[in-house]
Write a protein that binds this ligand. Structure first.
Ligand SMILES: Nc1ncnc2c1ncn2[C@@H]1O[C@H](COP(=O)(O)OP(=O)(O)OP(=O)(O)O)[C@@H](O)[C@H]1O
Ligand SMILES: [Mg+2]
Length: 265
């Protein structure tokens, strides 16, 4: 699988020496990363290593204590919620983040909220706006038959596909996915990952996803960034990741405290 498309090589995310501490003792070490447009990156590492924190910083949901975050060439602190941010970054979570009581179409069209502003967003609750976009997105994820179904009645796998359709409607330059498949059974998880990575490549989007399964990470992504205790433990093209390196990443024993392995892909 080809990672970076020739015409899109430019940084999507630049993190320069970012740090973040929480009360309980965890801290993200001074961490620097560049992710190019069009890359598909899996973020791996043990529970508590800082994957969600890092994704939230990249999504501009939380601010680092120090350091600089540049999203698509713009310093993060200058990007206000709404259109400026929603065109650049879209997020998908483990728990889908949908409004259960609403029909599927409304959840899909929520991907347009950043674009519409308040008036049109409210109107859309009664008369769905840009309905054709929702229809097309639901066709792509294979759920067009459920467009008016109440979201709560869908299975977990279907709900995650609704969340994916919402992203297709939003069309951000970059997708950040925080454990998008960990609540799905293996068949549904593979299905969803194949779609997520496939759509990102078709639409030339950057994709960064945290995953607990290193097997999925190796099979579907081009670059693996591993975190351990809030620091980058390795940053490698998938072809350079071997079983020993992965075993050391998750090893709880003393041998695991070796040198970090960093190589720019
Ligand atoms: N808002 C917060 N307040 C206090 N501590 C926090 C907060 N958010 C995260 N932490 C702590 O920061 C550390 C890293 O958490 P984070 O959720 O980023 O890890 P993770 O790699 O995503 O773990 P997991 O694989 O279990 O999802 C944890 O020790 C967590 O308890
Ligand atoms: Mg997490």
């Amino acid at each position: 699988m080809n990672g970076v498309k020739k015409n899109t090589v430019a940084p999507m995310f630049q993190l320069n020496n970012i740090t973040k501490s929480f009360g309980g003792g965890f801290s993200l070490s001074p961490l620097s990363l560049v992710i190019q447009k069009g890359e598909t990156v899996a973020l791996v590492g043990p529970s508590g290593s800082g994957k969600t924190t890092l994704l939230n910083i990249m999504a501009n949901i939380i601010r680092p204590d120090s350091g600089q975050v540049i999203i698509d060439g713009v310093p993060a602190q200058k990007l206000r919620p709404g259109r400026e941010l929603s065109r650049r970054v879209g997020m998908v979570h483990q728990q889908f983040d949908l409004v259960d009581q609403l029909p599927v179409i409304h959840n899909v069209l929520a991907g347009r909220l950043g674009e519409w502003g308040l008036g049109r967003s409210l109107l859309s609750l009664f008369i769905p706006q840009d309905k054709h976009l929702a229809v097309h997105a639901l066709e792509r994820v294979g759920l067009s038959a459920k467009i008016y179904q109440r979201t709560a009645y869908l299975s977990g796998g279907e709900q995650q596909r609704v969340a994916l359709a919402r992203l297709l409607v939003q069309r951000p330059a970059a997708i950040l996915a925080d454990e998008p498949v960990s609540s799905l059974d293996p068949a549904r998880a593979e299905d969803l990952l194949r779609m997520l990575v496939g759509f990102a490549r078709e639409d030339e989007q950057t994709l960064v996803a945290s995953l607990h399964s290193v097997d999925y990470a190796r099979r579907y992504f081009s670059r693996l960034i591993a975190l351990r205790d809030g620091a980058v433990y390795f940053d490698l093209p998938v072809s350079a990741v071997d079983d020993g390196t992965l075993a050391r990443l998750y090893d709880l024993g003393e041998d695991a405290n070796g040198e970090a392995i960093c190589q720019n892909p």
